[in-house]
Write a protein that binds this ligand. Structure first.
Ligand SMILES: [Zn+2]
Length: 292
């Protein structure tokens, strides 16, 4: 079986044909142009999909909360204005005459990691992606746990500091307002204005910069506070952590060390794993919507 998959992200739509053997062909990217609105995103998606032939079905991984049955967008934030309510499945099935399945991008990434990546062979794990915010997904008993509205796993909005920093969701003190990758870079820039990105931060740490090491430790402690609670709630086999910052061994090790200091002895069997599929996780996950 060959599934044409698309992963609609903030800046680009990734496309490729995924086979049920787990191979990917003709990987390509087109601009999302999310700020120009949902209608433009769908136009870009369709023109990207049109370039392919010889497939049996279409799988879509997308930003926003997704109604899995209808294949529509229940809610999307201002990164794609007017995307809320878009009937993605209907539009694509009419246009391409193939079965279409649609799922949220973080959920797709978790399904992809379970099929071919860090979650292979695991039944119970949580995925967290540290970027501008913190995305999350829950796999229990080998199945994606979606919640009633398909929005379970919003770990970024656990309120860990009541009355604290403003969050993008409108609340105060959320996990992602303290432990996103964006915050790490902001904290570093505040400590030393010449550090303006993650790459610079980690190169300073590797050179033995104590100030930057301190910033990473402080950020890791925030990240660990959320992770320890999740481990105690779900008792998972593994946490699969992704996002550019987590590809740095220094960051991954720091988070694991701080987390283990907060995790009860009987839960210490949990493994801390790095996401393995990078920017292809969503495409592989979108394919599983048809395969499984
Ligand atoms: Zn929030």
């Amino acid at each position: 079986m060959r599934i044409l998959c698309a992963d609609i992200g903030g800046t680009s739509i990734k496309l490729g044909i995924v086979t049920d053997e787990g191979e990917i062909f003709d990987f390509t990217e087109v601009p999302t142009e999310g700020k120009k609105g949902g209608a433009r995103v769908i136009e870009n998606l369709i023109s990207g999909l049109q370039a392919f032939e010889g497939y049996d079905a279409i799988g879509i991984s997308t930003a926003g909360q997704v109604d899995r049955k209808k294949g529509s967008i229940i809610y999307a934030n201002d990164n794609i204005p007017g995307y809320t309510g878009t009937q993605v499945k209907d539009i694509l099935e009419k246009r391409f005459k193939k079965p279409v399945e649609v799922e949220n991008d973080v959920n797709c990434a978790a399904l992809g990691e379970g099929w071919l990546g860090a979650g292979k062979g695991l039944s119970d794990y949580l995925c967290l992606t540290y970027g501008t915010g913190i995305g999350g997904a829950i796999i229990l008993g080998g199945k994606l746990y979606r919640g009633i509205g398909g929005s379970a796993g919003e770990f970024g909005h656990m309120i860990l500091h009541p009355g604290g920093r403003d969050c993008s969701c409108g609340m105060k003190g959320c996990y992602e307002a303290y432990a996103s990758a964006r915050l790490l870079v902001e904290m570093a820039a505040k400590a030393d204005p010449t550090v303006t990105n993650g790459r610079e931060l980690f190169s300073r740490i590797s050179e033995g910069d104590g100030l930057m090491k301190g910033v990473l430790d402080e950020w890791s402690s925030e990240a660990a506070t959320g992770l320890a609670s999740l481990v105690h709630i779900f008792n998972p086999q593994a946490l699969i952590l992704g996002g550019g910052i987590l590809e740095q061994d220094t960051a991954a090790e720091s988070i694991e060390k701080k987390s283990r200091e907060l995790i009860m002895e009987s839960f210490q069997g949990v493994a801390f794993l790095k996401a393995m599929l990078g920017n292809k996780a969503g495409l592989f996950g979108a394919a599983t919507l048809h395969i499984k």
